[in-house]
Design a protein around this ligand. Sequence first.
Ligand code: SAH
Length: 239
Amino acid sequence: MNTHQPLVTLVGAGPGDPDLLTLKAVKALQAASVVLVDDLVHPDVLAHAPASARIIHVGKRGGCQSTPQAFIEKLMVQEALAGETVVRLKGGDPLIFGRGGEEKAHLEAQGIAVRVVNGLTAGLAAAHDLGAALTHRAHAHGVVMVTGHASGAGPLPPVDWPQLAQTAHDCKLTLVVYMGVQSAAALEMGLLQGLPPDTPVAVVEHASQPRQRHALGQLQGLQKLLADEQLGSPAIIII
Ligand code: SAH
């Protein structure tokens, strides 16, 4: 009989560069018998799992073919109850967007213990690649991490871009937008209602990776910048 409480470890794989894994993440992978992997995770990261571990790819890029969230959650429960040492490997930090919080809550509701190993989130890797200090004392009092994808289809109303822009302007906050490429037009239009047109913006695609590309511009023209530079997902927009 298996006397251990079933456990799933949610592990942050970082933004892509396999050298940005934490030692804790490496140790969790070394101990895994089953690994469920998102598609933004660099393949070299998986080399830390034992050769005998079962690797299951459950990626679901926005808008693309996807493994339904309910199926992923069911699979994790099933494997944990079967006594497997389950690692759920997620891009960046497991609890910054990407539904990590929902997965944790679902598992706990099923009586499964959850351990979280945090990872370096893409927004910080993007700032690093630009050599930019998100909280430079001369420019910002703080940072807001915000999704550009919130259409209102989820449990919350959509992001109020004009209001956020006003707050960022008044309180001197840097905005770090995840999943913002598809909605760049709405983002630009909304933010221009509270921030000056010449507010500096940067877009970083594939942060921390050899294929990283980025562009600098101004808030007015953000959408054109993305189109001209052919920057696409995954990208972070810093405003
Ligand atoms: N948990 C992840 C975020 C998941 S949401 C984290 O903490 O980083 C997915 C979004 O993250 C993408 O749409 C993109 O905006 C951003 N992203 C993830 N990896 C990225 C990378 N290497 N470079 C730029 N953006 C990235």
